[in-house]
Design a protein around this ligand. Structure first.
Ligand code: FNR
Length: 352
Protein backbone atom coordinates (compact mmCIF):
# COMPACT_ATOMS: atom_id res chain seq x y z
CA UNK A 1 0.00 0.00 0.00
CA UNK A 2 1.22 3.48 -0.87
CA UNK A 3 1.93 5.50 2.33
CA UNK A 4 0.35 8.99 2.09
CA UNK A 5 2.88 11.86 1.84
CA UNK A 6 2.48 14.91 4.14
CA UNK A 7 0.68 16.69 1.31
CA UNK A 8 -1.67 13.79 0.67
CA UNK A 9 -2.39 13.53 4.39
CA UNK A 10 -3.25 17.24 4.47
CA UNK A 11 -5.79 16.73 1.66
CA UNK A 12 -7.40 13.85 3.55
CA UNK A 13 -7.44 15.89 6.79
CA UNK A 14 -9.17 18.79 5.02
CA UNK A 15 -11.97 16.52 3.84
CA UNK A 16 -12.39 14.89 7.27
CA UNK A 17 -12.55 18.25 9.10
CA UNK A 18 -14.83 19.81 6.45
CA UNK A 19 -17.24 16.88 6.81
CA UNK A 20 -17.24 17.33 10.57
CA UNK A 21 -17.98 21.05 10.17
CA UNK A 22 -21.08 20.21 8.11
CA UNK A 23 -22.57 18.52 11.18
CA UNK A 24 -22.03 21.61 13.35
CA UNK A 25 -23.10 24.49 11.13
CA UNK A 26 -24.40 27.26 13.36
CA UNK A 27 -23.82 30.41 11.30
CA UNK A 28 -26.59 31.29 8.88
CA UNK A 29 -25.80 34.73 7.47
CA UNK A 30 -28.34 34.29 4.64
CA UNK A 31 -31.12 34.35 7.25
CA UNK A 32 -30.50 38.11 7.52
CA UNK A 33 -32.03 38.53 4.04
CA UNK A 34 -35.78 38.58 3.38
CA UNK A 35 -37.78 39.10 0.19
CA UNK A 36 -40.60 41.59 -0.13
CA UNK A 37 -43.49 39.40 -1.26
CA UNK A 38 -45.95 40.61 -3.93
CA UNK A 39 -49.27 38.83 -4.60
CA UNK A 40 -49.20 38.85 -8.43
CA UNK A 41 -46.88 37.18 -10.96
CA UNK A 42 -46.88 37.50 -14.77
CA UNK A 43 -44.34 34.71 -15.15
CA UNK A 44 -45.40 31.16 -16.10
CA UNK A 45 -43.46 28.08 -14.98
CA UNK A 46 -42.54 27.03 -18.51
CA UNK A 47 -40.98 30.38 -19.40
CA UNK A 48 -38.50 30.21 -16.52
CA UNK A 49 -34.93 29.95 -17.78
CA UNK A 50 -32.17 28.91 -15.36
CA UNK A 51 -29.32 29.55 -17.81
CA UNK A 52 -26.67 31.94 -16.62
CA UNK A 53 -23.45 33.22 -18.16
CA UNK A 54 -20.11 33.61 -16.42
CA UNK A 55 -16.46 33.11 -17.37
CA UNK A 56 -17.47 33.46 -21.01
CA UNK A 57 -19.70 30.38 -20.95
CA UNK A 58 -23.44 29.60 -20.66
CA UNK A 59 -24.16 27.39 -17.62
CA UNK A 60 -27.48 25.55 -17.66
CA UNK A 61 -27.87 25.76 -13.87
CA UNK A 62 -27.19 28.77 -11.62
CA UNK A 63 -25.18 26.74 -9.08
CA UNK A 64 -22.02 24.63 -9.36
CA UNK A 65 -19.63 22.34 -7.50
CA UNK A 66 -16.88 24.57 -6.15
CA UNK A 67 -13.17 23.76 -5.74
CA UNK A 68 -12.31 21.16 -3.13
CA UNK A 69 -10.02 18.28 -3.49
CA UNK A 70 -7.66 15.83 -5.18
CA UNK A 71 -4.13 14.60 -4.52
CA UNK A 72 -4.65 11.28 -2.69
CA UNK A 73 -6.40 7.94 -3.24
CA UNK A 74 -9.25 8.92 -0.91
CA UNK A 75 -9.79 12.32 -2.54
CA UNK A 76 -9.65 10.71 -5.98
CA UNK A 77 -12.76 8.75 -5.04
CA UNK A 78 -14.45 11.98 -3.90
CA UNK A 79 -13.56 13.70 -7.18
CA UNK A 80 -14.88 10.75 -9.12
CA UNK A 81 -18.24 10.91 -7.34
CA UNK A 82 -18.48 14.67 -7.75
CA UNK A 83 -17.62 14.39 -11.46
CA UNK A 84 -20.39 11.82 -12.01
CA UNK A 85 -22.87 14.12 -10.27
CA UNK A 86 -21.67 16.99 -12.47
CA UNK A 87 -22.01 14.91 -15.64
CA UNK A 88 -25.47 13.56 -14.79
CA UNK A 89 -26.94 16.86 -13.68
CA UNK A 90 -25.16 19.32 -15.99
CA UNK A 91 -23.39 21.14 -13.16
CA UNK A 92 -20.13 22.96 -13.75
CA UNK A 93 -17.38 21.75 -11.42
CA UNK A 94 -13.98 22.80 -10.09
CA UNK A 95 -11.17 20.56 -8.86
CA UNK A 96 -9.31 21.27 -5.65
CA UNK A 97 -5.86 22.84 -5.80
CA UNK A 98 -3.73 21.05 -8.41
CA UNK A 99 -0.60 22.28 -6.59
CA UNK A 100 0.14 18.81 -5.20
CA UNK A 101 0.24 17.37 -8.74
CA UNK A 102 3.00 19.87 -9.65
CA UNK A 103 5.23 18.17 -7.07
CA UNK A 104 3.94 14.59 -6.88
CA UNK A 105 3.19 12.86 -10.18
CA UNK A 106 1.30 9.98 -8.52
CA UNK A 107 -1.33 12.60 -7.62
CA UNK A 108 -2.23 13.25 -11.28
CA UNK A 109 -5.00 10.71 -11.68
CA UNK A 110 -6.91 12.04 -8.66
CA UNK A 111 -7.47 15.13 -10.84
CA UNK A 112 -7.64 13.65 -14.34
CA UNK A 113 -10.49 11.41 -13.13
CA UNK A 114 -12.68 14.53 -13.21
CA UNK A 115 -12.23 14.96 -16.97
CA UNK A 116 -12.34 11.23 -17.57
CA UNK A 117 -15.77 10.92 -15.94
CA UNK A 118 -17.10 14.12 -17.48
CA UNK A 119 -15.49 14.64 -20.90
CA UNK A 120 -17.93 17.31 -22.11
CA UNK A 121 -18.70 19.27 -18.93
CA UNK A 122 -17.46 22.69 -17.87
CA UNK A 123 -14.46 21.91 -15.64
CA UNK A 124 -12.29 24.37 -13.74
CA UNK A 125 -8.77 23.64 -12.50
CA UNK A 126 -7.67 25.30 -9.26
CA UNK A 127 -4.35 26.72 -8.02
CA UNK A 128 -3.04 29.11 -5.37
CA UNK A 129 -1.94 32.62 -6.35
CA UNK A 130 1.71 31.90 -5.48
CA UNK A 131 1.97 29.78 -8.65
CA UNK A 132 3.41 31.33 -11.80
CA UNK A 133 2.04 31.33 -15.33
CA UNK A 134 3.88 28.15 -16.30
CA UNK A 135 2.25 26.15 -13.49
CA UNK A 136 -1.11 27.67 -14.36
CA UNK A 137 -0.73 26.34 -17.92
CA UNK A 138 0.20 22.90 -16.56
CA UNK A 139 -2.87 22.88 -14.30
CA UNK A 140 -5.18 23.78 -17.19
CA UNK A 141 -3.56 21.14 -19.43
CA UNK A 142 -3.79 18.40 -16.80
CA UNK A 143 -7.57 18.75 -16.53
CA UNK A 144 -8.17 20.02 -20.08
CA UNK A 145 -9.93 22.72 -18.10
CA UNK A 146 -12.37 25.27 -19.49
CA UNK A 147 -11.28 27.85 -16.88
CA UNK A 148 -8.79 28.28 -14.05
CA UNK A 149 -9.74 29.17 -10.48
CA UNK A 150 -7.03 30.97 -8.52
CA UNK A 151 -7.58 30.95 -4.78
CA UNK A 152 -6.68 33.66 -2.28
CA UNK A 153 -6.26 32.15 1.20
CA UNK A 154 -3.91 34.18 3.43
CA UNK A 155 -5.70 33.31 6.74
CA UNK A 156 -5.48 29.59 5.89
CA UNK A 157 -1.77 29.80 5.02
CA UNK A 158 -1.02 31.73 8.21
CA UNK A 159 -2.76 29.23 10.49
CA UNK A 160 -1.34 26.23 8.56
CA UNK A 161 1.97 25.31 10.25
CA UNK A 162 3.56 24.44 6.89
CA UNK A 163 1.82 27.35 5.08
CA UNK A 164 3.32 30.14 2.95
CA UNK A 165 4.61 33.28 4.64
CA UNK A 166 5.25 35.45 1.58
CA UNK A 167 2.35 36.64 -0.58
CA UNK A 168 4.13 39.43 -2.40
CA UNK A 169 4.03 37.81 -5.86
CA UNK A 170 0.29 37.21 -5.95
CA UNK A 171 -0.72 40.33 -7.89
CA UNK A 172 1.94 39.82 -10.54
CA UNK A 173 1.09 36.14 -10.96
CA UNK A 174 -2.62 36.88 -11.34
CA UNK A 175 -1.93 39.65 -13.85
CA UNK A 176 0.30 37.31 -15.90
CA UNK A 177 -2.31 34.55 -15.92
CA UNK A 178 -5.14 36.88 -16.93
CA UNK A 179 -3.06 38.22 -19.80
CA UNK A 180 -1.49 35.02 -21.11
CA UNK A 181 -3.70 32.02 -20.34
CA UNK A 182 -6.02 30.96 -23.12
CA UNK A 183 -8.88 30.17 -20.71
CA UNK A 184 -10.79 32.54 -18.37
CA UNK A 185 -9.31 33.13 -14.91
CA UNK A 186 -11.65 33.14 -11.93
CA UNK A 187 -10.22 34.50 -8.69
CA UNK A 188 -11.84 33.17 -5.52
CA UNK A 189 -11.50 33.36 -1.76
CA UNK A 190 -11.79 30.17 0.30
CA UNK A 191 -14.43 31.17 2.86
CA UNK A 192 -13.16 34.51 4.22
CA UNK A 193 -15.04 36.77 1.80
CA UNK A 194 -13.92 39.87 -0.07
CA UNK A 195 -14.00 43.61 0.52
CA UNK A 196 -14.81 46.24 -2.11
CA UNK A 197 -11.11 47.15 -2.04
CA UNK A 198 -10.06 43.55 -2.83
CA UNK A 199 -12.55 43.38 -5.69
CA UNK A 200 -11.26 46.67 -7.10
CA UNK A 201 -7.67 45.41 -6.82
CA UNK A 202 -8.59 42.26 -8.77
CA UNK A 203 -10.35 44.32 -11.44
CA UNK A 204 -7.26 46.52 -11.78
CA UNK A 205 -5.26 43.33 -12.49
CA UNK A 206 -7.63 42.55 -15.35
CA UNK A 207 -9.67 39.85 -13.57
CA UNK A 208 -13.17 39.48 -15.07
CA UNK A 209 -14.74 36.75 -12.89
CA UNK A 210 -14.70 36.87 -9.08
CA UNK A 211 -16.04 34.38 -6.51
CA UNK A 212 -16.24 36.23 -3.19
CA UNK A 213 -16.44 32.92 -1.23
CA UNK A 214 -17.39 34.25 2.19
CA UNK A 215 -17.68 33.10 5.78
CA UNK A 216 -20.66 31.07 6.92
CA UNK A 217 -19.81 27.53 5.86
CA UNK A 218 -16.51 25.65 5.68
CA UNK A 219 -13.98 27.49 7.85
CA UNK A 220 -10.32 26.96 6.95
CA UNK A 221 -8.98 28.81 10.00
CA UNK A 222 -10.69 26.20 12.16
CA UNK A 223 -9.65 23.31 9.88
CA UNK A 224 -5.98 24.31 9.98
CA UNK A 225 -6.22 25.08 13.70
CA UNK A 226 -7.30 21.48 14.29
CA UNK A 227 -4.16 20.33 12.46
CA UNK A 228 -1.70 22.23 14.68
CA UNK A 229 -0.47 21.60 18.25
CA UNK A 230 0.75 24.93 19.55
CA UNK A 231 -0.82 28.40 19.51
CA UNK A 232 -4.59 28.19 19.33
CA UNK A 233 -6.06 30.36 16.56
CA UNK A 234 -9.70 29.61 17.34
CA UNK A 235 -10.20 33.25 18.43
CA UNK A 236 -10.15 33.97 14.68
CA UNK A 237 -13.18 31.77 13.99
CA UNK A 238 -15.16 34.83 12.84
CA UNK A 239 -12.44 36.32 10.63
CA UNK A 240 -13.53 37.76 7.31
CA UNK A 241 -16.75 38.83 5.63
CA UNK A 242 -19.78 36.57 5.34
CA UNK A 243 -20.98 35.73 1.84
CA UNK A 244 -23.92 38.20 1.93
CA UNK A 245 -21.58 40.92 3.29
CA UNK A 246 -19.13 40.20 0.46
CA UNK A 247 -21.95 40.43 -2.09
CA UNK A 248 -22.85 43.85 -0.68
CA UNK A 249 -19.19 44.83 -1.11
CA UNK A 250 -19.38 43.73 -4.74
CA UNK A 251 -22.63 45.67 -5.17
CA UNK A 252 -20.86 48.72 -3.77
CA UNK A 253 -17.97 48.28 -6.25
CA UNK A 254 -20.43 47.88 -9.14
CA UNK A 255 -22.35 51.01 -8.16
CA UNK A 256 -19.32 53.12 -9.10
CA UNK A 257 -19.86 53.94 -12.81
CA UNK A 258 -16.11 53.79 -13.53
CA UNK A 259 -15.81 50.18 -12.23
CA UNK A 260 -15.21 47.76 -15.13
CA UNK A 261 -17.94 45.14 -15.54
CA UNK A 262 -17.23 41.68 -14.11
CA UNK A 263 -18.95 38.35 -13.48
CA UNK A 264 -19.78 37.85 -9.82
CA UNK A 265 -19.94 34.41 -8.22
CA UNK A 266 -20.97 33.65 -4.64
CA UNK A 267 -19.99 30.78 -2.39
CA UNK A 268 -19.50 30.04 1.29
CA UNK A 269 -22.18 28.54 3.51
CA UNK A 270 -24.73 27.85 0.75
CA UNK A 271 -27.18 25.27 2.12
CA UNK A 272 -29.62 24.91 -0.78
CA UNK A 273 -32.12 26.60 -3.10
CA UNK A 274 -33.11 29.49 -0.81
CA UNK A 275 -29.53 30.61 -0.19
CA UNK A 276 -28.85 30.21 -3.93
CA UNK A 277 -31.81 32.42 -4.83
CA UNK A 278 -30.78 35.00 -2.22
CA UNK A 279 -27.19 35.11 -3.51
CA UNK A 280 -28.45 35.54 -7.09
CA UNK A 281 -30.79 38.31 -5.90
CA UNK A 282 -27.79 40.06 -4.31
CA UNK A 283 -26.18 40.22 -7.76
CA UNK A 284 -24.33 36.92 -8.21
CA UNK A 285 -24.49 35.22 -11.63
CA UNK A 286 -23.60 31.80 -10.24
CA UNK A 287 -23.42 30.15 -6.83
CA UNK A 288 -20.83 27.60 -5.69
CA UNK A 289 -21.29 24.88 -3.09
CA UNK A 290 -18.40 22.89 -1.61
CA UNK A 291 -19.02 21.53 1.89
CA UNK A 292 -22.63 20.64 1.06
CA UNK A 293 -21.68 18.60 -2.03
CA UNK A 294 -18.83 16.95 -0.14
CA UNK A 295 -21.27 15.89 2.55
CA UNK A 296 -23.86 14.72 0.05
CA UNK A 297 -21.57 12.47 -2.03
CA UNK A 298 -19.72 11.12 0.99
CA UNK A 299 -22.70 10.49 3.28
CA UNK A 300 -25.61 9.98 0.88
CA UNK A 301 -23.92 8.77 -2.30
CA UNK A 302 -24.01 9.76 -5.95
CA UNK A 303 -27.65 8.87 -6.79
CA UNK A 304 -29.13 10.77 -3.85
CA UNK A 305 -26.90 13.75 -4.65
CA UNK A 306 -28.19 13.81 -8.24
CA UNK A 307 -31.75 13.66 -6.91
CA UNK A 308 -30.95 16.51 -4.50
CA UNK A 309 -29.65 18.63 -7.40
CA UNK A 310 -32.91 18.02 -9.31
CA UNK A 311 -34.92 19.03 -6.24
CA UNK A 312 -32.94 22.26 -5.86
CA UNK A 313 -33.52 23.00 -9.54
CA UNK A 314 -37.27 22.50 -9.14
CA UNK A 315 -37.36 24.64 -6.01
CA UNK A 316 -35.40 27.43 -7.72
CA UNK A 317 -37.95 27.42 -10.57
CA UNK A 318 -40.82 27.57 -8.07
CA UNK A 319 -39.26 30.51 -6.25
CA UNK A 320 -38.63 32.35 -9.51
CA UNK A 321 -42.30 31.85 -10.35
CA UNK A 322 -43.32 33.37 -6.99
CA UNK A 323 -40.86 36.23 -7.40
CA UNK A 324 -42.06 36.94 -10.98
CA UNK A 325 -38.51 36.66 -12.33
CA UNK A 326 -38.34 34.55 -15.54
CA UNK A 327 -34.54 34.75 -15.83
CA UNK A 328 -31.57 34.64 -13.45
CA UNK A 329 -30.72 38.20 -14.47
CA UNK A 330 -34.22 39.34 -13.43
CA UNK A 331 -33.53 38.17 -9.86
CA UNK A 332 -31.31 41.23 -9.54
CA UNK A 333 -34.49 43.34 -9.49
CA UNK A 334 -36.11 41.64 -6.47
CA UNK A 335 -36.68 43.80 -3.41
CA UNK A 336 -34.74 42.63 -0.37
CA UNK A 337 -34.91 43.58 3.29
CA UNK A 338 -31.67 43.23 5.24
CA UNK A 339 -31.71 42.72 8.97
CA UNK A 340 -29.40 41.96 11.91
CA UNK A 341 -25.62 41.88 11.40
CA UNK A 342 -25.98 42.23 7.63
CA UNK A 343 -27.91 45.47 8.00
CA UNK A 344 -25.25 46.75 10.44
CA UNK A 345 -22.56 45.89 7.90
CA UNK A 346 -24.39 47.77 5.13
CA UNK A 347 -24.76 50.85 7.34
CA UNK A 348 -21.13 50.75 8.56
CA UNK A 349 -19.85 50.50 4.97
CA UNK A 350 -22.26 53.14 3.61
CA UNK A 351 -24.03 50.72 1.24
CA UNK A 352 -27.72 51.37 0.52
C1 FNR B 1 -12.11 23.63 -0.09
N1 FNR B 1 -11.93 24.88 -0.68
C2 FNR B 1 -10.92 25.05 -1.59
N2 FNR B 1 -10.87 26.17 -2.37
C3 FNR B 1 -9.93 26.31 -3.31
O1 FNR B 1 -9.97 27.30 -4.03
N3 FNR B 1 -8.95 25.35 -3.47
C4 FNR B 1 -8.93 24.21 -2.73
O2 FNR B 1 -8.06 23.37 -2.91
C5 FNR B 1 -9.93 24.05 -1.74
N4 FNR B 1 -9.95 22.93 -0.94
C6 FNR B 1 -11.07 22.67 -0.20
C7 FNR B 1 -11.22 21.42 0.42
C8 FNR B 1 -12.39 21.11 1.08
C9 FNR B 1 -12.54 19.76 1.70
C10 FNR B 1 -13.44 22.06 1.17
C11 FNR B 1 -14.75 21.74 1.85
C12 FNR B 1 -13.29 23.30 0.60
C13 FNR B 1 -12.81 26.04 -0.36
C14 FNR B 1 -14.11 26.06 -1.13
O3 FNR B 1 -13.93 26.18 -2.52
C15 FNR B 1 -15.02 27.21 -0.64
O4 FNR B 1 -14.42 28.44 -0.94
C16 FNR B 1 -15.29 27.13 0.87
O5 FNR B 1 -15.33 25.80 1.28
C17 FNR B 1 -16.60 27.78 1.27
O6 FNR B 1 -17.70 27.12 0.68
P1 FNR B 1 -18.63 26.06 1.47
O7 FNR B 1 -17.79 24.85 1.75
O8 FNR B 1 -19.07 26.73 2.73
O9 FNR B 1 -19.72 25.74 0.51
Amino acid sequence: MHQPSINEQRKNDHVAHALEQQTKQTLHPFDDIRFVYHSFSNTTLDEIDLTTTWAGHDHSLPFYINGMTGGSEFTKSINQKLAIVARESGLSMASGSVSIAMKESHAHDSFTIIRKENPDGFVMANLGAHHNLENAKRAVDLLQANALQIHLNIPQEVVMPEGDRDFSMWSKNIEDMVQHLNVPVIVKEVGFGMSRETIERLLSLGVKTIDVSGRGGTNFIMIENNRRDQLDFSDLAYWGQTTPESLLEAYSARSNPSTPSFDLLASGGIRGYLDIIKALSLGAQGVGLSGKFLWMVHEEGVDKTIQWVKQQEEAIRSLMLMLDTPTIQDLDTTQLILQGDLKDWAIARGID
